[in-house]
Design a protein. Structure first.
Length: 146
């Protein structure tokens, strides 16, 4: 497989853009979902951090599928980093470019790297304690040489 060109951002999105009926807790952090008895926050200080440069990791590990030609676009994913730094529930958020489907080979590669290839993250903290925090990640795929 050819090495893929990748541009990655962790996105600190406005809580209002993804939350449903957000209610601030006493620390000013926002939570809008739960996993078991754990609140999942959309803001933390410090926020979850990948132990190395996440862009370098993805650029070095994602592969552009051989059977695709001339596909380029962004893949948006979200997942939860738990209080131990584990990744939980990764899902894709959007299609890109606008109004086109992301090829299954791209989504499979991206989710496989998130699920199986990433090291444990440093957890985010709320009130000085490790917490479950939602992370948003964007990968931009393009065929090498494009």
């Amino acid at each position: 497989m050819k090495v893929i060109g990748v541009l990655v951002f962790t996105i600190a999105l406005s809580v209002n853009s993804f939350a449903q009926a957000d209610m601030p807790d006493t620390t000013g952090m926002f939570r809008n979902e739960m996993i078991g008895h754990h609140h999942v926050y959309t803001m933390a200080v410090p926020k979850p951090q990948y132990p190395d440069d996440v862009a370098d990791f993805l650029a070095g590990n994602l592969r552009y599928p051989k059977n695709l030609k001339d596909w380029k676009g962004a893949v948006y994913a979200t997942f939860i980093v738990d209080s131990l730094g584990n990744i939980l529930n990764p899902v894709l958020l959007k299609k890109s470019p606008a109004d086109t489907d992301i090829p299954k080979a791209i989504t499979d590669e991206y989710l496989d790297i998130i699920n199986n290839g990433m090291a444990r993250w440093k957890p985010g903290y709320v009130n000085g304690k490790p917490a479950y925090v939602r992370v948003f990640l964007q990968g931009v795929f393009f065929e090498p040489g494009m």
